[in-house]
Ligand binder design. Structure first.
Ligand code: SAT
Ligand code: MN
Length: 611
């Protein structure tokens, strides 16, 4: 479609301004069709950027530039009017200055390339909870990925109408081409990190990204729109935009509940969303693996949608053992980035569960290496980049729930938070109240050292609500927003319908440094306990830190003794005293008077009960 044909005057003007600034050779409005996808891929194969995979139908491997392999948090900016609005956990720049700097970079940046205008919906098209974004990009790789990760095309423009709201998203890889040139197999980007910008303008709900073609830097629907800008929209409009998986759980009696969960990276969030329960008769299905948008319904319950349409998952570590359903999801129609390429035309990565076939393999940098016999590589010599990714349609997941695209969303019974904590934090703990649950979310974090005997208080990297790099405004205010929503629901007489809140920790270690809990499918035992808690079952003991499982309430998995269970589910008073001090002095202190007083009250109350 041509820009001239755009019905939305604001959109048309915005695109025309971008064209004048970025001077692409041609412009096209994307329709989201299969033909368009195929055309993007053909362009990418011709430019030497995509390798078709013999072993997987309609699947392609890309290798990015070594300077462009992950989100760049140091260049991710929240450009609110004042620095305090961005808060202590974000990078801030003055919006006027930043726009001037970036406009200079955008000038002529698409010369020699096509500009694609991508109308996309985050969430089922037309859902009350969904939002529309329009991304301008010069990367066909981004277009193809957006086709998988979001809903793209004319139907989105139809919903937008001639005056609907959209989040404008500028994106350029920052690599103009001479008219006679092509990418010649070299991933185009701006290699100078100081010229990369992932900018957010929360006051005008705008996103401007420059210099990177990778992941969250470039697929602007995901972290930029669905979390950073959406968290601001959610604050302004009274809902929640969260870095949470959404799962459906069915008990042996056929009763269903929906749970959302926030875990920092490297805690197995995608694995949990696609878990295969070991508990007989229980079933887990997936609604989403990364982001949840939640709004209160007229009945006072909180309804969640998955704003995404695909999985952008970390490849290394994914195997039939760790995540069978993810492995099934990526058998076809999948884009792989920075994985190894085997002699038989398949992808390979560390901890995929087997060595690589044949004699040689091509690593993520394009170099030939001996094919690994096992699925491990020495650190620094990985075949796949540690942040190698797969982009796969969610509908290909064998355990995707039938209602995953229901525009109404699914009613949420529980939230869970968690982190990687070798000591102190119990296997599962239920909050005593909404505010106590917000407290739990606010102290979420993981240990930064894996060395078992080296764990001291203060080595925890707090990642509140797993939102640290994804909150579009002051995180103290964000905690306040959570508290406010709970209070409003209680004031309206719906307090009993608020989701119950839990904190989990699958990663406790014993004194020899061994994991005490087997994790993976056995986590279904913990989900089952939570399920019963939501129904008010008397399966808990009240303690200073929250409601812990009654002895025997969670049947130990094979190989876990009753003593270990008692330790996993017990209250470590001394550990918690240190924890409380760490939260007060190192974590909460940074937010100054923006930290809601209710959270200090929770801290004081726990401290008092512990002494
Ligand atoms: O690259 S993304 O931001 O989409 C994924 C991640 O870092 O969590
Ligand atoms: Mn994520």
């Amino acid at each position: 479609m041509r820009v001239k044909k755009l019905k939305h005057a604001g959109l048309k003007k915005w695109v025309e301004e971008a064209v004048a600034l970025m001077t692409p050779d041609s412009v096209e409005v994307c329709d989201g069709s299969r033909t368009e996808y195929v055309r993007m891929i053909k362009t990418l194969v011709k430019a030497g950027l995509a390798t078709p995979l013999k072993a997987r139908p309609n699947s392609y491997l890309f290798r990015s530039d070594p300077s462009d392999v992950a989100r760049v948090e140091s260049r991710t900016i929240i450009a609110s009017k004042t620095e305090i609005e961005a808060g202590p956990t974000n990078h801030w720049k003055d919006p006027v200055e930043l726009k001037a700097t970036m406009s200079a970079l955008y000038k002529g940046c698409m010369t020699g390339r096509s500009m694609y205008v991508i109308p996309f919906s985050m969430g089922p098209v037309g859902s009350d909870i969904a939002k529309i974004g329009i991304q301008i990009t010069d990367s066909p790789y981004v277009v193809a990925n957006m086709h998988i990760m979001t809903r793209v095309g004319k139907k989105v423009l139809d919903v937008l109408g001639d005056d609907g709201f959209f989040v404008p998203c500028y994106h350029s890889i920052g690599k103009p081409l001479a008219s006679w040139d092509s990418d010649n197999g070299e991933w185009p980007c701006e290699p100078d990190v100081n010229k990369k910008f992932i900018s957010h303008f929360p006051d005008t709900y705008e996103i401007w990204s420059y210099g990177s073609g990778y992941g969250g830097n470039a697929l602007l629907g995901k972290k930029c729109l669905a979390l950073r800008i959406a968290s601001v929209l959610a604050r302004d409009e009274g809902w929640l935009a969260e870095h949470m998986l959404i799962l459906k759980i069915t008990n042996p009696q056929g009763q269903v509940k929906y749970i959302t969960g926030a875990l920092p990276s490297a805690c197995g969030k995608t694995n949990l969303a696609m878990l295969l329960p070991t508990l007989p008769g229980w079933k887990v299905e997936t609604i989403g693996d990364d982001i949840a948008w939640m709004k209160f319904g007229p009945d006072g319950r909180l309804y969640a949608i998955n704003p995404e349409a695909g999985f952008f998952g970390v490849a290394p570590g994914t195997s039939d053992h760790s995540n069978f359903n993810a492995m099934q999801s990526i058998r076809k129609n999948t884009i792989f980035t920075n994985c190894g390429l085997t002699e038989d035309g398949d992808i390979w990565w560390e901890q995929i569960g087997h060595g690589a076939p044949g004699k040689e393999i091509i690593d993520w940098k394009g170099n030939k290496k001996p094919a690994p016999q096992t699925d491990k590589s020495p650190k620094g010599e990985e075949i796949a980049h540690p942040n190698a990714r797969f982009t796969a349609p969610a509908r290909q997941c064998p355990c995707i729930a039938a209602e995953w695209e229901d525009p109404k969303g699914v009613p949420i019974s529980a939230f869970l938070f968690g982190g990687r904590r070798a000591a102190t934090i119990p296997l599962v703990n239920q909050s005593k109240s909404w505010v106590h649950g917000v407290f739990m979310g606010s102290i979420t974090g993981s240990e930064i050292t894996a060395a078992a005997l080296d764990i001291k208080a203060g080595t925890v990297r707090r990642d509140p609500f797993a939102m640290l790099p994804f909150c579009g405004y002051n995180m103290g205010d964000y905690f306040g927003h959570w508290i406010k929503l709970g209070k409003k629901s209680e004031a309206e007489g719906h307090g009993d319908k608020l989701p119950k809140i839990f904190f989990v920790n699958w990663f406790r270690k014993d004194k020899d440094g061994n994991f005490m809990w087997p994790g993976y499918g056995e986590n279904s035992r913990v989900l089952a306990w939570m399920f019963d808690r939501c129904d008010g079952k008397d399966n808990y003991v009240e303690t200073a830190i929250g409601n812990l499982p009654k002895p025997g309430a969670i049947e130990p998995p094979p190989g876990v003794s009753a003593e270990t269970m008692a330790q996993l589910c017990g209250l470590d008073k001394a550990g918690w005293k240190t924890e409380i001090a760490d939260i007060r002095d190192k974590h909460y202190a940074q937010f100054g008077d923006r930290l809601p007083k209710e959270l200090y009250a929770e801290l004081d109350a726990i401290e008092k009960q512990l002494s």
